[in-house]
Design a protein around this ligand. Structure first.
Ligand SMILES: Cc1ncc(COP(=O)(O)O)c(C=O)c1O
Length: 435
């Protein structure tokens, strides 16, 4: 917290990513600064060891400091990491992505998820000659996306979090990005009708921690096609965790374009925009260009990570592990008599605390985060899985949850949740209709 106080003086907002703000956890109890990480765990600057249930905010899929990926990266570093000319890795990774993902015929690279989303939107606008983008989910920090809040600051409430002021976003962009509600196909159809001939893309997270309603994503694809809009899936936070053919393979719906980042390169900066030739090829004539997109650390890390994901069949392992985690947490909750359910898709389990209102629910979640942190488990009330989490992590977490749930039960019985909280109530986390 001492470092954080210094950071607030030096770094506007204190952290580079809102999800790393201490106020998103149990502020003052949860760890804030890491010194190192390995496998499923990290050590903070005070030397405390934690199991990491946030997995680098989703970027770590094999585990921290994975020996295979890191060795490949070290070898690449010894060869020089970026050059004045191109490197064949660009083609190798593209060829692998074409084999893995149903929608992919051509590929472009970037470094971050938000940047790649902006690139996908540019391509969709360029190829259709239209301006408007319909969105569902979170797609990064850029002007095109936050423009959604120019017409009303509540527009992104259910996609990101409430109260985002679009400060610094040109007012002229008002009306160019319009959010739609997940699961409501009639509402999407209405939006497309209301903006007939103007919609460049329907962009969405296809799912996150709940299964999509039966037939919903097929119906979205059908509508996008009918209206001549490019269908873009944002698989930044899902991707290859869900299956060897990505989230698009898991849901069985093939978009025109997809965006990948985070989980493709096990923590090394790398992002991809890829899709059908017809949509991607015209982007050769658009000004989309950057020095570091060819950096070979990200390319080598992504190629090796994807090979390892296949070789170790990581998705199958994560689904199985998540199901065991859910079952154990539900068993322990029943044992101690706490009204909480660990649900959602097993790949991304989350706790639903029964509570009278939103504040009471957030208090319970904060107390959970606080007490788990004291027991060496860092996370939210949801769990980002990676392949390094094994039985030892499961056992330690279940033991910690048993004690934590018992504290919550007692706090509820005595009406003493406020006294038990050693920190402010956790600030609203990304709240998504796409869960
Ligand atoms: C679905 C989705 N899209 C885009 C982004 C933005 O990615 P980045 O933080 O790498 O810019 C995120 C980040 O969490 C995300 O979850």
């Amino acid at each position: 917290m001492e470092l954080y106080r210094r950071a607030l003086e030096l770094l506007p907002g204190g952290t580079q990513l809102i999800s790393r703000r201490p106020t998103r956890f149990a502020c003052g109890v949860s760890p804030v600064y890491a010194a190192r990480a390995r496998g499923a765990r990290f050590w903070d600057v005070d030397g405390h060891e934690y199991i990491d249930w946030v997995s680098g905010i989703g970027a770590i899929v094999l585990g921290y400091a994975d020996p295979v990926v890191d060795e490949a990266v070290h070898e690449q570093i010894s060869l020089g990491t970026m050059y004045s000319i191109n490197h064949p890795l660009e083609l190798e990774l593209a060829e692998l992505l074409c084999c893995l993902l149903p929608c992919v015929e051509m590929v472009r690279y970037a470094k971050t998820g938000g940047e790649a989303c902006a690139m996908a939107v540019r391509i969709a606008r360029g190829v259709t000659g239209r301006d408007k983008i319909l969105v569902c989910g979170y797609h990064g920090w850029h002007d095109w996306y936050l423009a959604a809040n120019l017409t009303a600051e509540s527009n992104l409430n259910t996609h990101l979090f409430p109260g985002i002021e679009p400060i610094g976003v040109p007012a002229a962009l008002a009306g160019t990005t319009i959010p739609f509600a997940y699961g409501d196909i009639a509402a999407l159809g209405q939006l497309l009708d209301d903006n007939r001939g103007q919609v460049a893309a329907v962009m969405m997270e296809p799912l996150r921690s709940e299964a999509p309603p039966e037939g919903y994503l097929n119906a979205v694809a059908q509508l996008a096609r009918e209206h001549g809009a490019v269908l873009i899936f944002d698989e930044v936070s899902t991707g290859f965790r869900y299956g060897l053919a990505g989230a698009q393979g898991y849901v069985g719906v093939t978009p025109d374009l997809t965006v990948l980042a985070k989980s493709i390169s096990n923590g090394y900066p790398m992002a991809v925009v890829a899709g059908r030739r017809e949509v991607m090829e015209p982007s050769a004539r658009m000004f989309i260009s950057s020095t570091y997109w060819s950096d070979t650390i990200g390319l080598r890390a992504a190629l090796t990570t994807l090979e390892e994901i296949q070789r170790r069949d990581v998705p199958a392992g994560l689904w199985d592990f998540g199901a065991r985690l859910q079952a154990w947490l539900n068993t322990v909750a029943a044992e101690v008599g706490l009204d909480v359910r660990c649900g959602g898709l097993a790949i991304h389990p989350h706790l639903h605390f029964a509570a009278v209102d939103d504040l009471a629910r957030r208090k319970l979640a904060t107390l959970f985060i606080q007490e788990m942190a004291k027991r060496g488990c860092h996370g939210y009330a949801s769990f980002y899985l990676n392949a390094a989490q094994q039985d030892a992590e499961l056992e330690q977490t279940i033991a910690a949850a048993r004690e934590t749930f018992a504290i919550l039960v007692e706090g509820l019985a005595r009406g003493s949740l406020d006294e038990l909280l050693e920190c402010q109530v956790q600030e609203e986390h990304f709240r998504r209709l796409v869960r």
